[in-house]
Design a protein around this ligand. Structure first.
Ligand SMILES: [Zn+2]
Length: 464
């Protein structure tokens, strides 16, 4: 396979021009909205807002409809448990329910799928694996457990549909995962960026030679954003692979980098939206307007062809940089978001009159060689000063230069964010970083302790 060849999950669709794709989306959107006034949740919502969904003739009119939020969906489910009035089929027609990650005491965000819904979502999951070169017999390591969240289950089914040989490693220790990957000759793997950093380090500790012991490995999918171009280049070099990225949500927005991966010729690649399955708008949260090329917005999702549970203009809270159709060198007219740009709007911290984004700190800190992970807190000290403290975990090899590393990181963070950080490097023991429960889901690195002045981050209490 050469970098210039293309792979298609649907060659006819992938060869359409932007105008033809827009016509297709407009038609699918009108069909999706045709019955939505009869839906218990959306019908009531639109009556309350005095809007008529039949006035939406295409994607350009979507802004006529209000954006719904996670709290609305959870509230609906709480009033008519477990599915809410949004359910548009008999419960006996549901073949799959998925819950969003981070489900908490606030209630469950449930998505129910009919057989047709599940087939559509699996087609969107297969697309990215086909673009990456997976097919019958490809050995794929999944580092995400199969649970009530969407990803692990849908990937498992999609890979089965392609005839892949799926290694289900979520839940094992890193040592066990590496052993399985080597003995079965892994060819692709799906892993969070934060965990890939740690796995790379642990592979060295356990005596693996990445290029020799995983010589068939060609593709690594990293998810979740929070990595820099330099980190992606380093991973690609160390593992000798093409890096790909997926953006996926339990609300059935599944987007992928094409065969070019995350590092396109001219920098960061594009995670392409799949226009026959959903409409993804990138909206400026202040103005409600669509953002332009290279600008940051919130992903607002409308699922097309919905059968069991409609989802119209769902504000995901996910923050990403918009990349228009044609900005990827593959030539597909699928627009999308910039690889590695994903973050969350609700992660933002307001510190000393500045906006601080944790994923920006991720990029600065994790890019440093020797850094495995970090914990951070913003807190108020006894003099009523707001402090930013970081505990950075380094491998034993990096400890000799730890004091210097701490100073450099504080300098880089000041430059990137305009804020002063106190950085404490610490050696991390193997038992701390090779625990199965640490390896899955998105890491929770930040604590905001400012509601209790004087309360210090836990690691500072231990140290003093
Ligand atoms: Zn592309």
């Amino acid at each position: 396979m050469t970098a210039s060849s293309s792979r298609y999950f649907d060659q006819e669709l992938e060869s359409l021009g932007a105008g033809e794709l827009r016509q297709l989306q407009d038609r699918l959107l009108r069909e999706t909205l045709a019955g939505v006034s009869r839906n218990g949740f959306f019908g009531e919502l639109y009556r309350r807002h005095g809007v008529d969904p039949s006035r939406v003739r295409g994607v350009a009119d979507l802004a006529l409809l209000p954006v719904v939020r996670k709290a609305d969906i959870i509230g609906d489910a709480a009033e008519a448990p477990p599915y809410g009035r949004r359910l548009g089929v008999r419960p006996g027609e549901i073949v799959n329910v998925v819950e969003s990650s981070g489900t908490s005491a606030a209630g469950r965000e449930v998505q129910a799928l009919s057989a047709a819904d599940l087939e559509a979502v699996l087609a969107s999951e297969r697309a990215g694996f086909i673009w990456s070169g997976a097919g019958a017999g490809t050995v794929v390591a999944l580092h995400v457990p199969v649970a009530m969240t969407a990803a692990g289950y849908w990937w498992t089914l999609a890979l089965h549909g392609l005839g892949c040989n799926t290694l289900r490693l979520g839940g094992l220790s890193t040592r066990q995962r590496l052993s399985s990957m080597k003995s079965y000759g892994v060819e692709q793997m799906v892993i969070g960026g934060h965990y890939l950093q740690r796995m790379t380090y642990l592979a060295g500790v356990y005596g693996y030679d990445l290029r020799r012991d995983f010589e068939k490995l060609r593709v690594i999918f990293v998810g979740g954003g929070g990595w820099s171009t330099e980190m992606a280049e380093r991973w690609a070099e160390e593992w000798d692979v093409v890096l790909h990225e997926q953006y996926g949500s339990s609300q059935r927005c599944v987007a992928w980098t094409c065969e070019r991966g995350v590092l396109d010729r001219a920098g960061r690649g594009v995670i392409h939206f799949l226009p026959q399955f959903y409409v993804a708008e990138l909206v400026d949260p202040g103005s409600g307007e669509l953002v332009g090329e290279g600008e940051e917005g919130e992903i607002v999702l409308t699922v097309l062809g919905e059968r069991a549970m409609p989802l119209i203009r769902f504000g995901t809270g996910d923050r990403a940089i918009y990349r228009s159709a044609g900005s990827c060198s593959c030539g597909r007219a699928f627009d999308g978001i910039e690889a590695g740009s994903l973050g969350r709007f609700d992660d933002m911290l307001r510190v000393r009159d500045r906006n601080l984004w944790p994923d920006e700190v991720d990029r600065v800190v994790l890019e440093r060689a020797g850094v495995l992970d970090y914990e951070a807190a913003t807190w108020i000290d006894d003099q009523a000063q707001v402090r930013l403290s970081l505990r950075v975990g380094v491998g034993p090899a990096a400890l000799a230069g730890a004091a210097e590393l701490g100073e450099r990181l504080a300098g880089d963070l000041k430059e990137a964010t305009g804020l002063r950080f106190e950085v404490v490097p610490e050696t991390v023991g193997l038992s701390d970083i090779d625990r199965p429960e640490h390896n899955d889901g998105k890491p929770r690195r930040w604590q905001d302790l400012r509601s209790t002045p004087g309360k210090r981050p836990s690691w500072m209490e231990l140290g003093e």
